[in-house]
Ligand binder design. Structure first.
Ligand SMILES: [Zn+2]
Length: 157
């Protein structure tokens, strides 16, 4: 992976679905289940993350930190709200584990023979693994469905 995508995000835990889709796009999107707002803001500042929130109260705080008020409740519309700040970049698409928010690594096909269904092993050549959760990824129908969803969002006028 070349340059990491920017910006990085910190999300409230009511935005977990949005976080997972940002990760699919390759963005570093972290969630901390802390209820301590000042420590969350400190983290956003320290790690130079844009704080995504659905709370007008947080959005209006006088303290200075990068933030964005998410208005919609559906992840598709939430992604669309962010479209001026994020992009659909093929090179980064599906480069990050949607559960763990860490970069995926390529793994040799022969090493995962016993870890994926036989039909998947036969049908695909390229696999990636998340070193944190151990999940293996390939570009199957699920991949194409998610890609299509993203394309629809980003091509919407
Ligand atoms: Zn993972």
């Amino acid at each position: 992976m070349d340059k990491p995508l920017s910006p990085k995000f910190l999300l409230e835990d009511n935005l977990i679905k949005l976080a997972r889709w940002l990760r699919l796009l390759g963005y570093d999107a972290t969630i901390h289940r802390s209820t301590n707002l000042s420590s969350l803001i400190a983290l956003a500042i320290k790690e130079k993350r844009v704080f995504l929130t659905r709370s007008k109260r947080i959005f209006k705080l006088k303290q200075k930190f990068p933030r964005y008020l998410i208005k919609d409740t559906s992840y598709k519309n939430q992604l669309y709200e962010l479209k001026d700040y994020i992009k659909l970049d093929k090179e980064h698409l599906f480069s990050r584990c949607m559960n763990c928010n860490v970069s995926l690594n390529d793994i040799e096909k022969k090493k995962i023979k016993d870890l994926v269904p036989e039909a998947v092993f036969e049908a695909f050549e390229n696999f990636k693994i998340c070193r944190r959760c151990g999940r293996i990824f390939w570009q199957g129908s699920h991949y194409h469905k998610m890609k299509l969803t993203l394309q629809k969002i980003f091509l919407k006028q």
